[in-house]
Design a protein around this ligand. Structure first.
Ligand code: FEO
Length: 401
């Protein structure tokens, strides 16, 4: 049995889920891992469990090191079921002296498993618990991304067990960031941020400041998903800092769906105008791209330009679904505009504009509605709109440089 030792006596004992492809609407093409960590000390401590379906992997990994019944403390950093699904069975097997969690964690555990009798030890930010030679320092990270979320810092080894933060849905037999291509890990980290943490950017900005002020000697960041950061800690912290401040590149996205290719023609003309202005441009056909991949692109783009034909007085269903998803993730600091072809009623552009305004995206054009199939004059209007938006993107990005 291969076990991974992060530092002397500290092991990864989690599970690899090679098969998962959907995480409540987020496409996980590379699967994921459910990380759990075991510390062998005077008080043997397990940090988090795994999704219930993977309890056998967790137990096998623990048993390769010790008998699970010898575990004294079980720390629950996050109660979402991908980390706590195995908790009831693990509580039966381990019968720990302490089940350590935050105040919100206890509420969530009781809400999920209806066990008020478990030996809860409630910890708050700044509290410490000794494992013997090592000390755990706790930091509540409420709403990152659940109310119960918490970090555990093993002070003597400088290991920050960071719950979902800094994670990636990335199944791999390697456990560390320097054992896999950095570009892949960063792409998966960006996708994770864009699809899970994006709405909480103001809290992340504050958390990064708090962690910096705590002056922790962080040697490793061990998230609950994906690889452990030991060689590129500065890279991932800098990326989180940029994402939490909604920093955008000189980039525009033309996100569209089309019925009989008229809106697609408009999309291409808008993209030509954007490219001519010198802005990096991506065409994003919602028939082809999964919403969660589109959000990864939205994270780094300054302009989001939406196109949809009108269908039954509304939007094409893929655009309607995408906007519902995007609204929940609360992207900010972006320019927006809309366009679309229609036959007789033509509500789509107004509906997209309304959605952009509701998201507090800066609507910089009234939008273009064109009847039936666009002719060359109409396409020229689209191109010009693209150029105007491109110029606005360039001016805005240059002001912020
Ligand atoms: Fe990985 Fe929020 O659970």
């Amino acid at each position: 049995m291969r076990t991974t030792e992060l530092a002397k006596g500290i092991y990864w004992v989690g599970a690899i889920d090679w098969d998962v492809r959907d995480f409540h609407g987020y496409s996980t093409y590379k699967g994921t891992t459910y990380n759990a960590f075991l510390v062998i000390d005077e008080k043997i401590t397990l940090f988090d469990t795994v999704k219930r379906s993977h309890i056998d992997d967790l137990l096998r990994h623990i048993r390769a090191i010790i008998d699970p019944a010898k575990i004294d403390y079980l720390v629950v950093n996050h109660v979402e079921m991908d980390h706590s699904g195995a908790l009831p069975e693990m509580m039966e097997i381990i019968k720990p002296e302490k089940l350590i969690c935050s105040p919100m964690g206890q509420k969530a555990i009781v809400g999920h498993f209806h066990r008020e009798d478990w030996p809860y030890e409630i910890v708050k930010s700044g509290d410490e618990i000794s494992m013997g030679k090592r000390t755990i320092q706790f930091l509540e990270t409420r709403m990152l991304h659940w109310p119960d979320s918490m970090f555990s810092f093993i002070k003597e080894d400088g290991i920050l067990i960071s719950s979902d933060a800094f994670g990636q849905h990335y199944a791999t037999s390697e456990r560390f960031d320097d054992e896999v291509p950095l570009s892949e890990v960063m792409n998966e980290s960006a996708k994770y941020y864009a699809n899970i943490l994006y709405p909480y950017s103001p809290l992340i900005k504050k958390l990064l400041k708090t962690v910096a002020e705590m002056n922790l000697n962080i040697k490793m960041i061990a998230p609950d998903h994906g690889v452990i950061w030991r060689s590129h800690i500065d890279t991932i912290i800098k990326a989180y800092d940029d994402w939490s401040q909604n920093k955008s590149a000189k980039k525009a996205l033309v996100i569209y769906d089309t019925m009989w290719h008229s809106t697609e023609k408009m999309a291409k003309a808008v993209a030509v105008g954007l490219e001519e202005s010198g802005v990096s441009t991506s065409m994003v056909n919602l028939k082809v791209h999964h919403r969660s991949d589109v959000m990864t692109q939205v994270l780094g783009a300054k302009a989001v330009i939406l196109g949809s034909s009108t269908l039954n007085n509304g939007l094409l269903p893929r655009m309607a679904g995408f906007l519902m998803y995007m609204r929940g993730l609360k992207p900010t600091n972006k320019f927006g505009a809309s366009f679309g072809s229609y036959g007789w009623s033509g509500e789509a552009v107004n509906l997209m504009n309304t959605a952009l305004l509701e998201m507090k995206i800066d609507l910089i054009e009234e939008g273009l509605r064109l009847k039936y199939v666009p002719d060359n004059t109409s396409l020229e209007e689209c191109r010009k709109m693209g150029t105007r938006i491109g110029q606005a993107v360039l001016s805005s990005c240059e002001e912020n440089e």
